[in-house]
Design a protein around this ligand. Sequence first.
Ligand code: EPU
Length: 297
Amino acid sequence: MRLPQGLKNECRPRVPLRELTTFRIGGPAEAFAVISGEEELRRILAYCRGQAIRVRVIGAGSNILAADDGVRGMVIKLSSSYFNRITITGNRVVAGAGASLPALIRKCAAAGLSGVEFLAGIPGTVGGATAMNCGVGGEGSRRSIGDLVEHVKVMGYNGTLSLVDKRGAGFGYRGSAVSSGVIIAVSLCLKKSTPGKVASRLREWILARRGQEYRYPSAGCVFKNPPGGLAAGKLIDDCGLKGARAGGAVVSEKHANFIVNTGAARFSDVRKLMRLVQRRVKLRYGIGLEPEIRIWK
Ligand code: EPU
């Protein structure tokens, strides 16, 4: 691939995806660029379209399992003072796609705005969380970032900008229609509260996450919870799969829906373990678990 020139940050060839993902797995992206503004984004999309180069967007890389051979094409990350900006007006928050969820939570808490506390402890970006409709809880008690969204500003791969409302954004369980373009910014409607109350709710959410796995690199929950109020983690646990291993990949002893990288896990190890889990759960419960993480290959 001929690399595009004239970007604010250099576009680099062969950047290891293990350095860009929380799983710490994955070979090189053919090219990687950090994009600093909308015009630059439009330019790189046009360049890639012209050269028939596939473009993928990465946020914090916290929900991605990338192939050991890496991926062809361009991986872009939106990160700059423009894309990371968070602006609060009354109870409305406009956050750029590149802003981190922890930064969003901190700013809202300081302003005494309540609503995003349930996202505490998720190592994602606003753009990634919106594309995936990131959330917590099971059927019936689920909360997702999409519930709070008023508008999403999206750039289509043809360079056109649009402001999509919540309905148009097509949020579902761990997915959205806006992920078919590049999310630029999101406006959220929160509730007025006080910094003290928000801080105490944050503490509750952080406590509630103590049962999750933080000791090793991972991509969080690997499988979606199946319909009917069942938890994939419980099904996997009840199959006795905690501690099951393939190479450096292990089903977490703490939360069975996490697969952890104990050091040298490869893409193929994780895929092998995922297939084992799917087979065993299918055999015992007749339920086909669907991956929740995005597989890049
Ligand atoms: N459970 C077990 N064994 C396990 C793990 C869980 O028996 O090894 C049981 C728990 O005791 C609980 C039930 O399964 O009764 C549900 O577990 P948990 O409360 O941990 O929630 P979850 O349904 O497994 C979902 C999201 C998580 C989110 C939590 C927090 C999905 C796939 N997962 O997990 O999201 O953090 O709720 O409420 O929707 C992620 O997206 O990466 C992720 C981790």
